[in-house]
Write a protein that binds this ligand. Structure first.
Ligand code: ZN
Length: 232
């Protein structure tokens, strides 16, 4: 909870702070398996499209994951990241590191200045849950000056699908707003939020100026419905 408290302080102070170094990469990254991981995590093989892409350069978005998340939760966050990486198809790529243990405000400021995003585990006592949409949200994304924060409100997630909830927030990180249906619907729906649908990919394509036809998305209506047993 130290991170959460520190972040609350930073929120209040407007993030005007110092510099320092960031370290530690503990998540294995293997681009070659991302499609398989995405397919497996979405609950079915071949549910995603497989479009060729021709990115002229790759843009990296660095995620820093709070150590308050347990191993199982970290895996779900990485699964959400990998599905997006598959959808983004080489144009933009998320990387994930663990936040330093008990990070200083200088370290947090450095991450923000470098355009990094902090995925923080908080609970419903956190100040962010008292602001507008945070009152009833499962998670809240706050951006500002390049990077920002994804707050996961742990005690509200309960048995809901953390991968789906985080995938929705990563859509916001990528600049997508809300949509009426599917992953980017404002209200979490276990049936619609399990993979990155075409509408969600289109919102991100627009925000990031990417060619949608060279991105990927899941096609959940291709005679497939996710097994309820995989939702927990
Ligand atoms: Zn949202």
């Amino acid at each position: 909870m130290r991170v959460a408290r520190l972040i609350a302080v930073l929120l209040a102070s407007g993030f005007a702070l110092l510099a320092a170094a960031v370290f530690l990469s503990t998540f294995p990254a293997n681009a070659a398996t991302e499609r398989e991981v995405a397919a497996r995590e979405s609950g079915a093989p071949l549910v995603y499209t497989d479009h060729p892409s021709r990115p002229s350069k790759e843009r990296i978005i660095a995620l820093y994951v709070d150590r308050d998340f347990g191993d199982h939760e970290r895996q779900r966050i990485v699964a959400a990241m990998r599905q997006w990486n598959y959808v983004l198809n080489g144009f933009v790529r998320f990387t994930a590191k663990l936040l330093p243990d008990d990070p200083s405000s200088a370290e947090i400021a450095q991450i923000r200045r470098s355009g990094g995003w902090i995925v923080a585990k908080v609970d419903s006592r956190h100040p962010v849950t008292r602001q507008a949409e945070g009152r009833t949200a499962l998670a809240v994304t706050v951006s500002g000056g390049g990077g920002g924060f994804v707050y996961v409100i742990g005690d509200r997630i309960g048995s809901r699908d953390l991968t789906g909830v985080v995938m929705h927030e990563f859509g916001h990180v990528l600049g997508a707003g809300h949509d009426g249906y599917g992953l980017m619907a404002p209200v979490y729906n276990a049936n619609n939020g399990h993979c990155i649908d075409r509408d969600a990919a289109a919102l991100v394509a627009r925000a990031q100026r990417l060619p949608l036809a060279q991105m990927n998305w899941c096609e959940p209506n291709a005679g497939y419905s996710p097994p309820m047993a995989s939702r927990h």
